[in-house]
Design a protein around this ligand. Structure first.
Ligand SMILES: Nc1ncnc2c1ncn2[C@@H]1O[C@H](COP(=O)(O)OP(=O)(O)OP(=O)(O)O)[C@@H](O)[C@H]1O
Ligand SMILES: [Mg+2]
Length: 247
């Protein structure tokens, strides 16, 4: 019986408005559970709260109400740095540190850096379809898609238990996107890596398969075992979303 690794219980969050005014509620009563080794697709319209949800799972935000549990314990009881290693997040817009790709891949506490070999770095780049010549490239000069892949290689080297990917293929061509999905699916199937992937791209969602969480207006509209409800939507919010999507 797989164990529940992450759980959101009645999570609500609002960002502060200007001048300390109460801001808009961005997540409202969000509840779901994620079992170890599952693949969860988070789908929904722009502004629906998908990136905010990933930030909550990674402790970049804390809920105003409700709680997030990791292995059954409130996320707030863990050291945030430990959480960000065990539950790794790559952002929708990747951030590169100064220096080369190698510097970026090695950016971590000294004892963890020392444990990484040149072969590990090459392997991590290979996982995201970049060859070893990228190690010496200046990270800030890479294309958007290359930066995104370096950011993913960097978090894969942390050997996280849960990988949160925010729009991981939005800057990639179909071949690179396919390779990335294959890499993370293999890690999921062979190493039990738990995956949470936000994507607008229905091809990515279909390819990843797994569970579906449809978020709109900060609320969970659909929480399903499969993504099949995207093929035959019954909820109007899902139908509206799909009507605006490319086939
Ligand atoms: N730091 C912030 N301060 C105030 N409001 C914010 C902040 N970040 C996000 N928001 C608002 O919260 C809502 C949800 O944003 P979020 O980025 O989670 O949406 P999303 O579903 O990821 O959208 P997209 O598909 O466009 O990436 C939006 O209305 C957004 O404007
Ligand atoms: Mg987003």
């Amino acid at each position: 019986m797989p164990v529940v690794i992450l759980e959101c219980r009645g999570v609500s969050l609002h960002y502060q408005g200007g001048d300390g005014a109460a801001g808009r509620e961005v997540l409202r009563g969000v509840s779901f559970t994620l079992k170890a080794g599952e693949r969860l697709n988070v789908v929904g319209p722009s502004g629906g709260g998908k990136s905010t949800l990933l930030r909550l799972l990674n402790r970049f935000e804390d809920p105003d109400q409700g709680k997030v549990l990791f292995h059954g314990k409130d996320l707030r009881t863990y050291d945030p740095l430990e959480i960000r290693r065990r539950i790794a997040l790559t952002l929708q817009t990747p951030v590169m540190f100064d220096g080369t790709v190698r510097d970026n891949l090695l950016r971590r506490p000294r004892e963890r850096r020392a444990a990484l070999t040149e072969a590990d770095l090459r392997g991590a780049l290979e996982d995201v379809a970049l060859d070893a010549t990228f190690l010496d490239r200046v990270a800030g000069e890479l294309s958007g898609g290359e930066k995104q892949r370096v950011a993913i290689a960097r978090v894969l080297l942390m050997r996280p238990e849960v990988l949160l990917l925010d729009e991981p293929t939005s800057a990639l061509d179909p071949v690179a996107a396919g390779h990335l999905i294959e890499t993370v699916t293999t890690l999921n199937q062979e190493k039990g890596l738990t995956l949470v992937v936000v994507s607008h791209d229905l091809n990515v969602v279909r390819r990843l398969s797994g569970r579906l969480l449809f978020l709109a207006g900060g609320e969970v509209i659909v929480d399903a075992e499969t993504c099949a409800s995207l093929e035959h939507p019954t909820h109007p919010a899902v139908r509206d979303f799909l009507a605006g999507s490319l086939p």
